[in-house]
Each structure stands twice: as C-alpha cells, then as structure tokens.
Write a protein that binds this ligand. Structure first.
Ligand code: ZN
Ligand code: ZN
Length: 290
C-alpha cells in the first residue's frame, strides 16, 4: 500500500518559502493498493493537484471526508474529476443529526460561497453518509467511527495488501482526560488505530500553544506520542500542521516525537509531495525507494 501526501497543513493553507518542505496545502492523502485501487482521504486544497494526476480512464475515485471543516473540503470545488462527464465519483463522509452529507456539502458548493452547485456537476456523483459498518472500495476495507473533535468528525481505518493505515487528521483524544491515555475502551480513536502499520495523526500544537486552545479539537506532540504508543502503532506520521509553524518548527516537533518513541514506533515525516510505502516490516520513505 502506498500513501502520497498532497496536503498536510491544518486549519488554513499556508504556502511560503518557510513551509516549502512540509507543504502549505491543507489535508489530502492519496492511498493506492498494490492493485491500484484508489482512496482519497479528505479534500483540502491539496486535492487540486491530485485531481490533475488522475487519468480520464481511471475506473472511479472515492473521497473519504473526515468532517466538513473548510480545511478538509476547500479543494473539492477544484477537484478535476468532478467536472468530467459521467466520471464515477463517490464522496463519503459524516451526516449530522439533522442533515445528510449532501445537504451539508451543498452549503459550500452553492452560491454565494461557490459558483457551481453540487447538483449541477457533470460527473456521476454518489454521496454516502458513512455508518459504522465496514465498507469495501475495491480491495480496501474501510471502517470509521466518530472521534473527539468539534462537529461530527470521523477517523478512518483502511485495510488492504495485508497492512492497515489509520487516518486521524483532527483529533483531541486527551480532552478532559486527567491521566492520558486512559484505558483503551475510554480512548477516542483507539479501535481505529489499534496496531496500525501507519498512523497519520493530528499533531498541531506545541505544549505552550495548547494551553490556550484546549477543546479546539487538536493534539500536541506529547498527546499524539502517548496515543501512538497506547494503540501500538508500528509507524506514526505527525499531521495537520499549524499554519504558523515553519519547517524548522516542524523539524523540531518531529525530532521530539521520534525521541519519545525511539525503539517503540517508527516516526516518519508527512511532507507534501512525498509517497511512502506501508509494509508489514515498516514504512519505506522516498529515500528508501528505487
Ligand atoms: Zn482540520
Ligand atoms: Zn476540524
């Protein structure tokens, strides 16, 4: 299984010379199986360039939305596949207690926020309100559950090629917990991430930043490291970088996580444009690949 990071930033796109290595586009990850089945995680601004890389004769594309905060859907209106006549596009994501995914997404994909209405798109569009039964996309078995973040938000667990990738882009499992992590059954996201071969997890804040942002739905390095250790993740990629963080800050946070998990869990950088390969023996980085 391969994963390509098209957008790694949280909250707001933040391009610039000082974010060039980790990237400025918001959340979007491409997952490909060995048989070339395609699953896209979130539709932040990174999805624009991903769309351009998908050939017209691809069989279909499935986009799994974690939630509908703007940094996770803002690229959707610029996703090339939506404008291809009859091209099969499946959008999966959480409904709210009162509105379907279609109604919720239509708020963004309609004037005055966007010139094109969801119903006017020429592709063959299917929307799925995600439930809590696993579902299959080609050779991928996907499961999801609600996680601790403001508004209905899910994390995803993808299983294919004998490995598991877990995506928890926006997640504050330590919220309201005095001694984190608590026992597994009380930890948000535990089942999704249990023994994942690659855990992509919210690591937005430093300890100092978190003090004034409790309840905003995001994690510090310390929280994410404790979570990765508690679930027994084999590899962990910090994700959802704060827009104010430059590359040097992210290098330091990555090093802090790697030191804390040394010998227990492989810590890898999620850098925009990088493709990594998830294997049972570990995650191969671009430098490891031919
Ligand atoms: Zn976000
Ligand atoms: Zn969010």
């Amino acid at each position: 299984m391969r994963a390509t990071f098209w957008g790694t930033r949280g909250s707001l796109a933040s391009p610039g010379l000082d974010t060039i290595r980790y990237g400025g586009n918001t959340c979007c990850v491409e997952v490909r199986t060995d048989a070339d089945d395609l699953v896209v995680l979130d539709a932040g601004t990174g999805i624009r360039r991903l769309g351009q890389s998908i050939p017209d004769d691809a069989p279909r594309v499935d986009v799994l939305l974690s939630h509908l905060h703007m940094d996770h859907i803002q690229g959707l209106g610029f996703f090339d596949c939506l404008y291809r006549d009859g091209f099969p596009v499946h959008l999966w994501g959480p409904a709210s207690t009162t509105m379907s995914l279609r109604t919720r997404l239509s708020r963004y994909l309609s004037p005055p926020l966007f010139p094109v209405r969801l119903r006017d798109l020429p592709c063959d569009l299917t929307l799925h309100d995600v439930g809590f039964e696993p579902f299959d996309i080609g050779g991928v078995t996907a499961s999801c559950s609600l996680v601790c973040h403001p508004a209905p938000t899910v994390g995803y667990r993808l299983e294919a090629d004998g490995v598991t990738l877990t995506y928890l882009s926006d997640h504050e499992p330590a919220l309201g917990v005095r001694d984190f992590p608590p026992p597994p059954e009380w930890t948000s996201g535990f089942d999704l991430a249990h023994r994942a071969d690659l855990l992509i997890h919210d690591t937005q804040y430093t300890e100092e930043e978190y003090e004034t942002r409790v309840g905003w739905g995001h994690s510090t390095v310390e929280h994410a490291v404790a979570f990765a250790a508690a679930v027994g993740a084999k590899a962990y990629a910090p994700f959802h970088y704060d827009p104010t963080h430059d590359d040097a800050r992210r290098d330091a946070m990555l090093a802090e996580a790697a030191a804390a998990l040394a010998g227990r869990c492989q810590v890898i950088p999620a850098r925009e444009g990088d493709t990594v390969v998830v294997t049972r023996e570990g995650v191969l980085l671009p430098a490891d690949l031919p």
